[in-house]
Write a new protein. Sequence first.
Length: 223
Amino acid sequence: MEDKILIVEDDRNISNILKLQLERQGYEVTCAFDGLEGIKMAKKHKPHLILLDWMLPQISGTEVCKILKKVMDAPIIFLTSKAREGDIIEGLEVGGDDYITKPFKFEIVHARIRANLRKYSGSKIGKLKFKEISIDISSNIAYYEDNPMELTKLEYLLLTLLLSNPKSILSKNRIIHELWGDFEDDHTKGNNLEVVINSLRKKLSSDKKKYIKTHRGRGYGLI
């Protein structure tokens, strides 16, 4: 299962474009088009992150944020045309974790989503663990069979991503954008990803144990 994102936005054009772009990055996306529906969908689907407009029918985004923060820990990013300094302060003070003003570039929204998901994951647990593999979040040290691992930056980022989603199959696009963003062409990044995965596999192999599985046509996951 991929990270789940809820978009609460009454402009269906914006909502549909964001949904399509996020799904291309491997996220599971649900949309709500007014404040009350947003609260209902959040409680039902339990998203890992919420993109929330301010000016919504039924109930405002700030009220939605106050209500949801009482019952769930998922990061909430305001995505709104209200760009005054006082608006930004209010949005953060009612519980928003981040604030993006319209118009926006998807690359910025995606970077903020990744950053907030990382912070949320790190704040929930001080250590990531899967079988004989663990990562101490505070020291950024990975361990295999209780021994510190010597990892490159990309290997560490890949391992952290996998351990943060132990039951998920992560799409190739999702991993590429987490590791490299948009700074290289897709062909180069695809080739580099294979190199990083193969190198990490070698460092995690002993007694014929295997931890990273290739799901053909879908992506990679832990086994």
